[in-house]
Design a protein. Structure first.
Length: 79
């Protein structure tokens, strides 16, 4: 039976903050591999975790990853 205890939810997105130039939206977040604004088409990510800091951290980390990359295994990452 699944655990139905309430869990914290963390959300991260780039649809509100950032800037537009030449018809393209650039995020407030930066890709750590390139140092450039994130431009990957991900608008928002929501993560559920047993603690709020981890939920928020995972949501932020997943906004940076390319959408074509496989999603992390929830059980292995304790999501």
């Amino acid at each position: 039976m699944a655990d139905r205890a309430p869990r914290p939810v963390g959300c991260s997105g780039n649809y509100r903050r950032g800037f537009s130039a030449d018809g393209r939206h650039y995020s407030q977040g930066f890709d750590p591999a390139t140092g450039c604004p994130i431009v990957n088409g991900v608008s928002s990510v929501t993560a559920v975790h047993r603690d709020l800091i981890s939920a928020d951290s995972w949501a932020t980390a997943m906004t940076v990853r390319e959408p074509k990359m496989p999603m992390p295994n929830g059980s292995r990452c304790a999501l």
